[in-house]
Design a protein around this ligand. Sequence first.
Ligand SMILES: Cc1cc2nc3c(=O)[nH]c(=O)nc-3n(C[C@H](O)[C@H](O)[C@H](O)COP(=O)(O)OP(=O)(O)OC[C@H]3O[C@@H](n4cnc5c(N)ncnc54)[C@H](O)[C@@H]3O)c2cc1C
Length: 475
Amino acid sequence: MSDGSPPARAQAGGPRTAGRSAVVVGGGLAGITAALALADAGVRVTLLEGRPRLGGLAFSFRRGELTVDNGQHVYLRCCTAYRWFLDRIEGAALAPLQDRLDVPVVDVARPAGRRLGRLRRDPLPVPLHLGRSLATYPHLSLAERASVGRAALALKKLDLTDPALDTQDFGSWLAAHGQSPRAVEALWDLVGVATLNAVAGDASLGLAAMVFKTGLLSDPGAADIGWAHVPLGELHDRLARKALDSAGVRTEVRTRVTSVSYNENGAWSVQVPGETLSADAVVLAVPQRETHELLPPGALDAPGRLLEIDTAPILNIHVVYDRRVLARPFFSALGTPVQWVFDRTHASGLRAGQYLALSQSAARDEIDTPVADLRERYLPELERLIPATRAAEVQDFFVTRERTATFAPTPGVGRLRPGARTKARGLYLAGAWTATGWPATMEGAVRSGVSAADAALSALGRPRPRHLFEFEEAA
Ligand SMILES: Cc1cc2nc3c(=O)[nH]c(=O)nc-3n(C[C@H](O)[C@H](O)[C@H](O)COP(=O)(O)OP(=O)(O)OC[C@H]3O[C@@H](n4cnc5c(N)ncnc54)[C@H](O)[C@@H]3O)c2cc1C
């Protein structure tokens, strides 16, 4: 246990008659959210996390004077649940949104050299808000721009509740709707790879349509981008921990749960090394494999399906230069293996020079490539994209590899994702990989935590506090 003391049975479970105690397993965004939501509704909650910190897949670590994020994370204005979470932990001001969507897109594939385009929105109703940006987007021909507009309108008409969408791949749908390989690369995959962690040909049409409809075709401001201006750990660990403490949640890190079982006396037993905690409800907010290991028999009809939910990697490449080389906070790239580049200087605490992080999604081909090879491949690419790097000295170059960054959003994944409720009374599931309707995102994780808490509250007979779920009305 983090403070050396074992988790006492009474603290975790409380008196058996109260019927209002819960253990949440997993301190990622899903687990933190479930714990906060349950505690805010008056449930006595213990949150158990195996690692030494909260935040799960979205965390920070120290490297010399730098505080490094394991991977660049962004969210969109349409991520109403994650925004609710930021408010709840009093972190919204530290992860602000752009006033208005503006993504610089640099293309270095053209013989004429670098060319800058922008994906921006105007203060106009949907879909006109993107009309001018698309009409002037220099990385597509006139015919391609017109066909993108037609495909967007066809996408808008798709019914997201139709399960057949999940059986098709997005790439085939785009091709059938007249999208050239260039249009896929310069527009659809530019957004889709970063949000889905898969190229169009590997992505479920259902998930892709959900992302594009919600982000680009719902509300004019839906795709405005937000990101943490501080290390992720400041939000998802320090501020989350503070919010949990003040909500009365008992949080234990370095506490790995080894089994979960139902007692004859009607309570759940949660086993951690050397101790057993008792609770009326348990939320498993761990990844799908760990969920499969911990699930008691009979809790799901087909538990083996959890193991069929594949994972997809994300690679981040970190480069520290001895001087300032980039004026923009971020940009996206075409005609190069580089996908997205973010300026991390201020957030990392670097005092001199500039620290850039390259976020490389759907990185199956490079996730195991040695650092020296990545250095040889990516530094020249950065010189093509950012001419000022040619004269700069590289002071540090390192990579972070997240092999199981997200679930793979492949066609058919929808039928594998379980909801929050299980067949075992008092046992609930959460995690970005559960059936949220969203791809594996911070938004999906928070939504899943709220769904699990909501299901547990109704079973515990606790009223559902309205303010906890306000983001649903805002959606
Ligand atoms: C590099 C990278 C970049 C990303 N970029 C974005 C982005 O830009 N935007 C976005 O929205 N999303 C992004 N994501 C996805 C996002 O981080 C995840 O979807 C989200 O954080 C998942 O949260 P979770 O709570 O569902 O799961 P997790 O974060 O996996 O949390 C599960 C927790 O359970 C703990 N655990 C597991 N087993 C046990 C056990 N037996 N006992 C106790 N604890 C246990 C784990 O240690 C972990 O802390 C990115 C992810 C990565 C890795």
